[in-house]
Design a protein around this ligand. Structure first.
Ligand SMILES: Cc1cc2nc3c(=O)[nH]c(=O)nc-3n(C[C@H](O)[C@H](O)[C@H](O)COP(=O)(O)OP(=O)(O)OC[C@H]3O[C@@H](n4cnc5c(N)ncnc54)[C@H](O)[C@@H]3O)c2cc1C
Length: 544
């Protein structure tokens, strides 16, 4: 590693910015980040619409990796607890605030991380059900006797006669929940997300995202809660299965604040970030990348040379950018990868039709997000941004909602005008009884491409791409679309951190990058006292 080395990083999302920050703090390599948009944070950015902030997707900051948790808290320290103590009590656990960080007050300080309660429910049959599913009396009453019996019997059947070789997501879910519960709570939402039936999605997706959750696990968790035997553990709540965690960290102004702060520090330390430039060509010399070429909105082209290259761009696009054409069968795999796109409609409303009844009167329901399992609407999920951070909303007496639709760029939904899309959102939310259409004050539509790398299409042949690209010794594929992995921020960051570790240690083998967020670490559930491999922040079968 030469002290004059330069790293070229494609993309200023969590992975690209983490790589740049790690290089500046741990090596002498100077990073230059090339970003096609004018935003920091990629799909983890915050969009500010008239002072109301949208988090595209709702980003919980939680990781089982202590390295990532500490990194986040160094960037944005945790707000002080109300009592100004240095010991924070979470639901069933305690943790000391790192020295020197107590006393930070979110009301007066902007650069803080909030500690937020998590609440998410399923909306089905025009009623709310707990998520993760708790098989409590309330749930069973809402489902009715017949459905409950069917659920119980089908669960027993699955427990006694599991499908032996789980190949599809449907088989994965049926084995853990029984067919009836799968049909009731998972099928409709999951198919809205992916746009294909669950029997065409790989079981690997379930293994990565659902992580040990099962009907039996949900029952055990409910019992533990009832008898107060919850874990007392570190801030990363290491002993808890990820889908059952009930608190998370959240930047005061949404996830983008984390990445804007990271970008600020990168520039302060001498790193460079260029926005509005799209990388569309990768030049090579044998199995080394030598430079990339960019184009801006005026058509101006530039060549940027470097010694190390990181890419967070969708791998499908990267494969078509090489000056030396990859073999036809490898291109066949990358061209056949499938992505799912995403629309969020921000709706500002006076109030909701549904409330929480408290001793002080009616209050806004406490959910951060709600899975809409109703099959008669296209709406997939509903965010209530007030409950992510009260600072996301310009006027806290109003309710700021995010209605999430999953689609493909080729779908009519994607091509609807903003006015049509807003009208659909308003109509659907009133149809299922959550708002009165007359209460809507304002709306905005955001479209995001390639938000979900899918585990179908040619994904089962992905190793052919990996084997080919890994031969470029100074090129590191990191992040979510960069690796075509269903990575959360923490996984995306870990891949960046490990790539920098490898460069610093002179390691050219990249297998440790591909080990992040794999099925193997999922199976480590509650294994030992050693630091577990990174796992997904509390994600559910219903995705986020
Ligand atoms: C709906 C939803 C909910 C989510 N919820 C959570 C959550 O609760 N918690 C969590 O931790 N994570 C969550 N995630 C995942 C998180 O958003 C991603 O893991 C993270 O943003 C990925 O970071 P990245 O840097 O790999 O990629 P991205 O965020 O996609 O950033 C890539 C960047 O590269 C740029 N780029 C692409 N191609 C080029 C090019 N050719 N030239 C220049 N620039 C380019 C893009 O413009 C973008 O800025 C969620 C994601 C979604 C979609």
């Amino acid at each position: 590693m030469d002290p004059t080395d330069r790293a070229v990083i494609i993309g200023a999302g969590p992975a690209g910015l983490t790589a740049a920050h790690e290089l500046l703090t741990r090596t002498n390599i100077k990073p230059i980040v090339l970003e096609k948009s004018c935003h920091m944070g990629g799909i983890s950015r915050t969009v500010n619409y008239k002072g109301n902030r949208i988090d595209i997707g709702g980003h919980r900051f939680f990781s089982k990796s202590e390295r990532v948790m500490q990194w986040w808290l160094k960037m944005l320290p945790l707000q002080a607890s109300a009592g100004e103590t240095e010991r924070i009590q979470y639901h069933g656990m305690e943790r000391d605030v790192p020295a020197g960080l107590a006393g930070l007050d979110a009301a007066t300080r902007d650069n803080v991380m909030l500690l937020r309660p998590r609440k998410s429910r399923i909306y089905y049959l025009r009623r709310f059900f707990d998520y993760p599913i708790t098989l409590t009396k309330d749930t069973l009453v809402k489902l009715g006797v017949v459905r409950t019996l069917r659920i119980g019997l089908s669960y027993i059947k699955s427990a006694m006669f599991p499908i032996r070789h789980e190949r599809t997501l449907e088989q994965y879910l049926v084995n853990r929940f029984g067919r009836e519960l799968f049909l009731t709570f998972f099928k409709s939402y999951t198919e809205k997300v992916w746009g294909v039936p669950c029997d065409r999605i790989s079981a690997e997706w379930g293994a990565q995202r659902i992580k040990g959750l099962s009907a039996w696990g949900a029952l055990r968790h409910a019992a533990k809660k009832a008898f107060g035997t919850g874990q007392k553990d570190g801030i990363a709540q290491r002993g808890t299965q990820t889908s059952l965690i009930e608190q998370f960290l959240y930047p005061k102004f949404g996830p983008g604040q984390m990445w804007e702060e990271t970008a600020r520090r990168i520039q302060e330390m001498g790193g460079e970030i260029r926005t509005g430039v799209r990388v569309d060509r990768v030049n090579t010399d044998g199995w080394r990348v030598t430079s990339v070429e960019t184009e801006d909105s005026n058509g101006t082209r530039q060549t940027i040379f470097g010694d190390h290259f990181f890419s967070t761009a969708p791998i499908q696009e990267l494969m078509r950018s090489f000056d030396v054409r990859p073999p036809a069968q490898v291109l066949e795999v990358s061209d056949g990868l499938v992505y799912r796109d995403f629309i969020t409609v921000g709706l500002l409303v006076r109030s909701l039709k549904i409330h929480d009844q408290t001793p002080e009167g009616k209050k806004l329901i406490a959910d951060n997000w709600i899975y809409i399992q109703e099959p008669d609407v296209k709406l997939g999920r509903l965010q209530i941004f007030n409950n992510w951070s009260p600072y996301m909303v310009a006027d806290p007496s109003k309710v700021w909602l995010g209605l999430e639709y999953f689609c493909n760029e080729s779908d009519p939904l994607w091509r609807m005008s903003d006015a049509e899309m807003s009208a659909l959102a308003k109509e659907e939310l009133s149809k299922i009884g959550i708002i009165d259409a007359g209460q809507v004050l304002d709306s905005v539509v955001l479209r995001m491409e390639k938000t979900y790398p899918a585990y179908f299409g040619t994904y089962d042949r992905f190793s052919e791409i990996r084997e080919y690209v890994d031969r470029y010794e100074n090129l590191f594929l990191i992040g979510r679309n960069g690796m075509h992995r269903y990575n959360n921020q923490d996984h995306s960051m870990l891949t960046a951190m490990i790539a920098v570790d490898n460069i610093a240690a002179g390691i050219t083998d990249k297998s440790n990058l591909w080990d992040v967020n794999t099925e193997a670490d999922y199976h480590e559930e509650k294994q030992s006292s050693k630091e577990p491999a990174a796992e997904a922040p509390s994600r559910t079968v219903s995705v986020s």
